[in-house]
Design a protein around this ligand. Structure first.
Ligand SMILES: [Zn+2]
Ligand SMILES: [Zn+2]
Length: 265
């Protein structure tokens, strides 16, 4: 069988290859971050007054209508798709999603089912395009983060010497792909992002701060759940050697999160 999105070979019965399946889940995991980006743009443009050259306040910039419209479409379709999938997959267990966040959470939880349905390709492509439209209406470039060395093999045409690119790969806050600043090659960053958190033993912070950082990176961890992990001893506090404060490391939280089966998260 071939993937209905990229035509790569997949296991019999699965309509998405591993790669496209990961991307579908990532688009859904990024919904909170995408909503935040949109909200920040709307807040900036709706409220912030422009200061004139003489120091007087000029009328505020008009609301970003592009963003308002695209965000509306994004939220409406996410909710519609969640209701549609719910009606098809669980006709005896109909739900009502009152927020985009819950709609996305439901679709995310159903991802393993969706993968077996032919309509999954349309859902993925539509969600991807809706997200792109929202992000491209954002008024300021979303923050980029450096995610390690490029390492691509480069061949010098004159000398035929092969070297490794030492450029830094950067990705936008909500993206799972990034580009090398030097050779402009595109990299899939999912693994690098996960690795960075998995190696972050040395950053100790209050649990709420760690959970928020992981949420921003696309991990749908609920603070209340994380608190329970700590209370039940699944998650052990660490002591920051400098500040002598107790806290948690992103790596610890991520390990517990990833040890929990998807259906129970
Ligand atoms: Zn594919
Ligand atoms: Zn490079």
């Amino acid at each position: 069988m071939t993937c209905l999105v990229c035509e790569y070979t997949t296991v019999e019965g699965l309509c998405l290859c591993n790669h496209c399946d990961t991307r579908l889940r990532a688009v859904l995991d990024r919904v909170p971050a995408t909503l935040r980006t949109a909200a920040a743009t709307l807040a900036n443009q709706g409220v912030q007054p422009r200061v004139g050259s003489a120091g007087t306040s000029a009328p505020g910039a008009p609301l970003n209508l592009d963003m308002a419209e695209r965000l509306g479409e994004y939220e409406r379709r996410l909710t519609e798709l969640a209701h549609w999938v719910n009606g098809r997959e669980e006709p005896k267990h109909l739900r009502i999603f009152t927020t985009t966040f819950h709609a996305a959470e439901y679709l995310r939880a159903m991802a393993h089912h969706l993968r077996k349905r032919e309509f999954v390709a349309d859902i993925y492509l539509e969600l991807r395009d809706l997200e792109r439209r929202v992000i491209s209406a954002a008024d300021r470039p979303i923050q980029k983060r450096p995610l390690g060395e490029c390492g691509a093999l480069l061949m010098d045409d004159a000398t035929n010497v092969i070297t490794r690119c030492a450029g830094v790969v950067e990705g936008h806050e909500t993206a799972t792909t990034g580009r090398c600043r030097e050779c402009h090659r595109e990299h899939d960053l999912t693994q690098r992002i996960t690795d960075r958190f998995a190696q972050a033993w040395h950053h100790i912070a209050p649990l709420s701060v760690v959970v928020r950082a992981l949420n921003d990176a696309g991990y749908p961890i609920k603070y209340e759940r994380a608190k329970k992990w700590a209370q039940r001893g699944k998650l052990h506090p660490r002591c920051d050697l400098k500040s002598r404060q107790e806290g948690h490391s992103p790596a610890d939280v991520l390990i517990v999160f990833q040890s929990i089966p998807l259906s129970k998260r």
